[in-house]
Design a protein around this ligand. Structure first.
Ligand code: PDD
Length: 281
């Protein structure tokens, strides 16, 4: 079963509720988070909610629920659905007010859905995916998890139409991240990922994998690189809450490494899974 939430009320997910003057709808004026629930436990929930609060702060928005309140709501929603494997989407917008650009003097608006997790098939992960490099047309505040996802959805659609799994943004010759994921490469045994600056989302999965790499003694560098290093990589992979670790085997038709998912990606993913399954590797 799935469930929706809007400003204090639990509702069926297919119920029509969007207020006509909702600023999330009129301006994309809000922020969001996605949290994966494994075995009934929201993974890295606190980290996601802290990032939500930071995104809200960065757009000068005061949330209408505190982090502990949101944690309690997520627990309540999960109990109502009975779901063990779920995806929680949370959106906080600048509220419901007559359509003018200036900030309204109204409380923020919080909506949430809890649905069964849509897992990616193991077959895709075992084969690895093909991606394409595209020009980054987004704004310069990509560390904010904003509801404004137009360049992301267009890039994803164009990439999919052209037969690719994901689009990877490149800005001024610098490789950044996918339309809804971060990117890593492995070169000569070193794990390399773009630095957590304003041009990428500071992924929770990215941070978790950097921690895992350090625990495993895999050398890590957070540094800028261009398409040349990416194409010369021994391995490349994408990371996100929903993808976890997704090996990339071709970029714009050019094979990466052996053309098979890499060993380091596999090892990191095994350890990532162990973290949410709370078991040994
Ligand atoms: N996307 N970069 C972008 C642009 C993203 O939208 C996401 C997440 C990430 C990875 O962040 P995290 O590891 O915290 O999920 C990186 C989510 C999954 C989404 O929009 O569905």
């Amino acid at each position: 079963m799935a469930i929706g939430f809007i400003n204090g009320e639990w509702i069926p997910v297919d119920q029509t509720v969007l207020p006509i003057d909702e600023r999330g709808h009129n301006f994309g004026d809000g922020v969001y988070e996605v949290i994966r629930v494994y075995q009934g436990v929201p993974f890295k929930m606190r980290e996601h909610l802290v990032r939500l609060e930071q995104s809200a702060e960065a757009i000068l928005l005061t949330m209408n629920y505190s982090i502990p309140e949101l944690e309690a709501l997520i627990a309540e929603g999960l109990e109502k659905t009975g779901l063990q494997e779920a995806a929680v989407y949370l959106q906080v917008t600048r509220g419901i007010a007559k359509r003018v650009h200036l900030f309204p003097d109204v409380p923020a608006s919080t909506t949430m859905t809890i649905r069964p997790a849509a897992d990616i098939s193991d077959k895709i992960r075992e084969q690895g995916v093909h991606v394409t490099l595209v020009d980054d047309e987004r704004w310069k505040n990509c560390f904010i998890k904003s509801l404004n996802l137009l360049p992301n959805v267009i890039a994803k659609q164009k990439a999919t139409d052209a037969g690719f799994y994901e689009a990877v943004f490149v800005r001024d010759g610098v490789v950044l991240e996918g339309s809804s994921c971060n990117l890593f490469l492995v070169k000569d045994g070193v794990l390399i990922t773009p630095p957590a600056n304003r041009f990428i989302l500071h992924g929770i999965t990215r941070a978790t994998l950097l921690d895992i790499a350090k625990e495993l003694g895999v050398p890590v560098e957070e540094k800028e690189f261009g398409p040349d290093l990416l194409l010369a990589a021994d391995e490349a992979f994408l990371t996100s809450t929903s993808m976890e670790v997704m090996p990339v085997v071709k970029i714009d038709g050019r094979q990466i490494g052996s053309g098979q998912p890499g060993e380091i990606a596999r090892k990191l993913h095994r350890n990532y899974r162990a973290k949410y399954q709370q078991i040994g590797v």
